[in-house]
Design a protein around this ligand. Structure first.
Ligand SMILES: NC(=O)c1ccc[n+]([C@@H]2O[C@H](COP(=O)([O-])OP(=O)(O)OC[C@H]3O[C@@H](n4cnc5c(N)ncnc54)[C@H](O)[C@@H]3O)[C@@H](O)[C@H]2O)c1
Ligand SMILES: O=C(O)C[C@H](O)C(=O)O
Length: 354
């Protein structure tokens, strides 16, 4: 047993490391012991791609989440700076940084939830599928690390094209013998966040009072808002339906064009990612009736993956809800969504199995 004074000294020297990036095993241990004295219980969360446009505000918001006790920030660049910065926030979570591939395994060991916004974003004129070439390999490497170091973690996959990266992750986990479909969730929350906002504008309501299920996938016509199921119950003219559906489907492109080459949605995505991660953590804690939309392995349609409302629990997506009654416009949209989705899913699967 060390004295209280020694604990304090080791804690101070740990923090004199200017990067606060993965320290030697001993000082890490001291820090952990020190922390254990006053540390709040909570979940261990890793963000992979934490120094990016989404990663940084996501890290900040996760540091503010009272359900998080340990926050690991991993990136191939700039992880030390982001970690030093975030670690000064006077909230409960202990923050540790990890830089580059050699530190990936330590970043992942023991995590309950891994959020992945690593990868390149779109520029004007690109589709999400144009990102496949680079992001597929990034997601494969990160998921191999998850399979090895935290096979029971819930995974929130943000990297695009989500319609293909989720099947890639599933194949990596299958190969490693760790696949549990309930724990792998493609993040489509930004589509729901946008849908709530745009629908509220049309209805003249506060967006916090509006709930729009968005199903299918996360690209163009695969994004299918079910406006007939909006809460509170309401109706739309055919012009409103057309306007809202297109605006929700093109929300990402609207931001890409407005940023004019400087990337895609980052701040609204960080907000949406934290909203979703928080729902996953509340599910893990055992809270009842946590329901959100996500792109998951599914038997709701003939496709192996599909976004629908899911109930989040202690083991991940524990219940997958059916699509519910749809109008003619939505049924036609579903046909178009499935046509595109099947190709994106197959592309992801064959990237690993070929
Ligand atoms: N699911 C969604 O709704 C949604 C919304 C917005 C953006 N996205 C996607 O999220 C991804 C990230 O977007 P961004 O704007 O944050 O991009 P960004 O370029 O600003 O940040 C990406 C970060 O990933 C890091 N990175 C690259 N390779 C890595 C690796 N092998 N391991 C760990 N980190 C790595 C980079 O260093 C960078 O810090 C893009 O693919 C984008 O299309 C998805
Ligand atoms: O549109 C993009 O490329 C990023 C993201 O998928 C979004 O919906 O904002």
């Amino acid at each position: 047993m060390q004295s209280e004074a020694n604990f304090r000294i080791s804690r101070i020297s740990a923090h004199l490391n200017p990067s606060n990036v993965e320290m030697g095993e001993n000082s890490m241990l001291e820090q952990a012991k020190c922390r254990a004295k006053g540390g709040a219980p909570g979940f261990k969360v890793a963000i992979l791609g934490a120094a990016g446009g989404i990663g940084q505000p996501l890290a900040m918001l996760m540091k503010m989440n009272p359900l998080v006790s340990v926050l690991h920030l991993y990136d191939v660049v700039n992880a030390p700076g982001v970690t030093a910065d975030i670690s000064h926030m006077d909230t409960g979570a202990v923050v540790r940084g990890f830089l580059g591939q050699p530190q990936l395994e330590n970043a992942l060991a023991g995590m309950d939830l891994v959020v992945i916004p690593a990868g390149v974003p779109r520029k004007p004129g690109m589709t999400r599928d144009d990102l496949f070439k680079i992001n597929a390999g990034i997601v494969r490497t990160l998921c191999q690390g998850i399979a090895k170091c935290c096979p029971n973690a819930i995974v929130n996959l943000i990297s695009n094209p989500v319609n293909s990266t989720v099947p890639i992750a599933a194949e990596v986990f299958k190969k490693a013998g760790t696949y549990d479909p309930k724990r792998l969730l493609g993040v489509t929350m930004l589509d729901v966040v946008r849908a709530n906002t745009f629908v509220a504008e049309v209805l003249g309501l506060d967006p916090r009072e509006v709930s729009v299920p968005v199903v299918g996938g996360h690209a163009g016509v695969t994004i299918l808002p079910l406006l007939s199921q909006v809460k509170p119950p309401c109706s739309f003219t055919s012009e409103e339906t057309e306007y809202l559906t297109k605006r929700i489907q093109d929300g990402g492109t609207e931001v890409v064009q407005a940023k004019a080459g400087a990337g895609s949605a980052t701040l609204s995505m960080a907000y949406a990612a934290v909203k979703f991660a928080d729902a996953c953590l509340r599910g893990l804690r055992g809270d009842a009736n946590i329901v959100e939309c996500a792109f998951v392995a599914s038997q709701v349609t003939e496709l192996p993956f599909f976004a629908t409302r899911v109930r989040l629990g202690r083991t991940g997506a524990e219940e997958i809800f059916q699509l519910g009654p749809m109008n003619e416009y939505e049924r036609a949209g579903l046909v178009e969504a499935k046509k595109e989705l099947i190709g994106s899913i197959e592309k992801g699967v064959s990237f690993i199995s070929k």
